[in-house]
Write a protein that binds this ligand. Structure first.
Ligand SMILES: C[S@@+](CC[C@H](N)C(=O)[O-])C[C@H]1O[C@@H](n2cnc3c(N)ncnc32)[C@H](O)[C@@H]1O
Length: 286
């Protein structure tokens, strides 16, 4: 598998993902989101052959490799794979492009996982479609594909704050045994809630100003530049579009869940969705 093949146009994102500091950032992540935990627990079984595609710094390896009968992590950025091998020297990792899985024979894996929106960075469209066909090829019949993808209609940024931090500040100022502790905690909490509300409105306005004028927002599918890590060309699609695209490639939708689970998912709030598809017999392609 070659790093940038099989597309004639070079993928701009690999330059970003192959920066050592970016690989270190991903290698330092060591958690699963509640959404991932729920879906992995529900759809992955012990002993499965699992392909962790766009594995990054191995965030999901610690969870997936112990339950797998065979675990392979693949990423097209050599720096990411070097970080994975350092963290998990006994596990199998390969440098490779999601759009060319020719090193794997057909019907090899029970499950393919592409976490944290890896599929959105497989650009352009032809490469994403090729990757989805390749994934289907290497999946066993009725094999499972779990991945996430950005929601182009996410405009509203939820207010958030850390109550433990507010509590810690109150404890530092007066001590938790003081009679002033409760009144101070309530006052600080009220200030923090108002501040979080203002931040949420400002972030949402900024997001709306960026996203509302785009075709990607109105059509429910397209690209934009995510400023993360200095800029990543990112594909986004609403669930109906994702379902239609994968339905035409021979997948059947089993589940859609907002990454904001256990909060209630909303079309203009949820940042990205996790999808679970199974490989069906027919591709629907002519
Ligand atoms: C947002 S990171 C997610 C990393 C990891 N899956 C996680 O959950 O922490 C996306 C990863 O996909 C990889 N990637 C992007 N396009 C790829 C492609 N065409 N083939 C293989 N890996 C790719 C990037 O190098 C990066 O490591």
């Amino acid at each position: 598998m070659a790093d940038t093949k099989p597309d004639s146009k070079p993928d701009p994102n690999i330059l970003t993902y192959n920066v050592p500091a970016v690989a270190e950032y991903y290698a330092a992540l060591n958690y699963l989101t509640p959404c991932e935990r729920l879906l992995f627990d529900q759809y992955l079984q012990s002993g499965m052959a699992i392909l962790d595609l766009g594995v990054g710094g191995g965030r999901t390896t610690a969870y997936l490799s112990p339950i797998a009968g065979r675990y392979v992590g693949v990423d097209y950025a050599p720096e990411m794979i070097a970080a994975c091998r350092k963290k998990f020297p006994r596990r199998e990792f390969e440098v490779g492009n999601a759009a060319d899985l020719s090193r794997f024979t057909s019907s090899t894996f029970d499950a393919v996982v592409m976490a944290f929106n890896g599929i959105d960075y497989v650009t352009p469209d032809e490469s994403r479609l090729r990757a989805l066909r390749e994934i289907r090829r290497v999946l066993k019949p009725e094999g499972i594909l779990i991945f996430s993808s950005h929601n182009p209609r996410s405009i509203w940024v939820r207010a958030s704050w850390n109550p433990q931090r507010v509590r810690g500040i109150a404890e530092t100022i007066v001590g938790s045994n003081s009679v002033l502790f409760r009144p101070l905690l309530w006052s600080l909490t009220a200030v923090r809630v108002i501040l979080a509300g203002v931040q949420s409105v400002l972030h949402s306005l900024r997001r709306a100003a960026r996203r509302l004028p785009t075709q990607t927002f109105w059509q429910g599918q397209g690209y934009w530049m995510d400023p993360a890590h200095g800029g990543l060309k990112t594909h986004l699609a609403v669930p109906e579009r994702v379902q239609r695209e994968l339905g035409g490639l021979g997948y059947q939708l089993l589940r859609v869940l907002g990454d904001d689970y256990p909060l209630v998912s909303r079309p203009c709030v949820t940042d990205w969705y996790y999808y679970v598809f199974s490989k069906t017999g027919a591709t629907g392609e002519t």
